[in-house]
Design a binder for this molecule. Structure first.
Ligand SMILES: *Cc1c(COP(=O)(O)O)cnc(C)c1O
Length: 377
């Protein structure tokens, strides 16, 4: 007799490539423009900048490189400190290390799960150069408060909008809310090219520097003349072909994901001990991966116990990020400074992401909701 474990496995994410993706990739191949110049690169950069409300967008190989490029363009150097929320993906802090700087971890705000502006000021020293404001799980950080504090201290702000494409803060799109913003197009992100990233910005001087750094430091007006040491951070025309097709369907892609979010919210609302991601009055978040928190006292099981039970039924989930201050590359420095991040620790221990993708069948989603309900006790 078939049991629940025999059902088709449900992955945590899957890309939506149902539009012109294949057509445009084939077109890029047939045109032989497969490197990092070509019509799709230019088109994507133009359309993405327009969607973000910035003067320009620069396509790069992935998000980690986008942040590395942003930090280089901002002239971050060894010995500098950069403030990073403790609850984020490791890449946010790794890129700070690539330029020899040191990440300083600040706790997140329980009202947004993003960096807490009230705790930011206390972390600033005379070596602090800027802040990376992560729009965590698609929800924008409180950018006016962050920009105000950083402006008063002569510090820059970079958005980590890796998960937050087209989210809005007080009506303004992510990407346009700081000096530079950085996006990921990794396979599990709402808009994807498998691997890929972008930087958005509106300052022409920063743009010129960033474009030169992306292309080995070459002078844009003189071939093979390199006034600075640069990098190869470019994205291919083939990847941008995928992104152009994704941009055509971006509204539909988000609508499908929002429908999945709505079904989870109504299906899980009555289960004791299951909490949802808060949404600030000024935010329209990006529906990335649906988040729940598990209160073990009220639910009767821990987050990890629930994840195990779901896995046994073929339902893939992800735990929340482990606070970066506790990870080996950063724990010594964080402990020496006394970075205290109780909210990040509690969320990191109790949160999980549920399967979220446009083609998740309603029946499969009901199976997930039902499995969570049955796990409660
Ligand atoms: C996915 C993600 C990244 C890393 O993006 P890559 O394109 O894989 O380098 C960085 N920050 C956050 C918050 C992310 O979710």
């Amino acid at each position: 007799m078939p049991g629940p474990g025999d059902a088709r496995p449900i992955p945590v994410s899957a890309p939506d490539l149902s539009g012109n993706e294949e057509r445009y990739v084939v077109d890029a191949i047939r045109s032989s423009w497969i490197s990092s110049t070509g019509g799709y690169v230019d088109r994507f950069e133009r359309e993405f900048a327009e969607a973000c409300g910035t003067r320009s967008a620069i396509a790069v190989a992935n998000w980690t490189i986008a942040l590395h490029l942003a930090l280089l363009a901002l002239d971050v150097r060894p010995g500098d400190e950069v403030v990073v929320p403790a609850l984020t993906y490791i890449a946010t802090a790794n890129a700070v290390r690539y330029v020899g700087a040191e990440p300083v971890f600040v706790d997140v705000d329980p009202a947004t799960w993003c960096i807490d502006p009230a705790k930011l000021e206390a972390a600033i020293t005379d070596r602090t150069r800027g802040v990376i404001a992560v729009h965590l799980y698609g929800h924008p950080a409180d950018m006016d408060a962050i920009n105000r504090i950083c402006g008063a201290h002569g510090m820059w702000v970079v958005e980590d909008a890796a998960e937050a494409h087209f989210s809005t803060y007080k009506g303004r799109p992510a990407g346009s809310l700081a000096d530079i913003a950085t996006f990921s197009f990794y396979g599990n992100k709402p808009i994807t090219s498998g691997e890929g990233g972008a930087v958005t910005l509106s300052d022409p001087r920063l743009e010129r520097t960033a474009r030169m750094l992306r292309g080995q430091g070459m002078d844009p007006t003189r071939r093979y003349y390199f006034p600075i040491t640069g990098y190869n951070f470019r994205l291919t025309n083939v990847a941008c072909a995928l992104l152009c097709a994704q941009m055509e369907r971006r509204v539909v892609i988000m609508e499908h994901r929002n429908a999945i979010f709505d079904r989870y919210r109504s299906g899980l609302a009555e289960i004791p001990g299951i909490g949802f991601q808060p949404v600030a009055a000024w935010a329209i978040p990006t529906p990335w991966l649906f988040c729940i928190t598990v209160d073990p006292d009220a639910f009767g099981r821990t987050r990890d116990e629930l994840a195990e039970r779901l896995a046994a039924e073929g339902i893939e989930t992800r735990p929340f990020f482990i606070p970066l201050n506790t990870l080996p590359p950063f724990s010594d420095g964080a402990a020496a400074r006394g970075d205290a991040v109780p909210v990040s620790e509690s969320l990191g221990a109790s949160g999980m992401n549920l399967p979220t993708f446009g083609s998740l069948a309603e029946g499969d989603q009901m199976r997930i909701v039902d499995a969570i309900r049955r796990a409660a006790r």
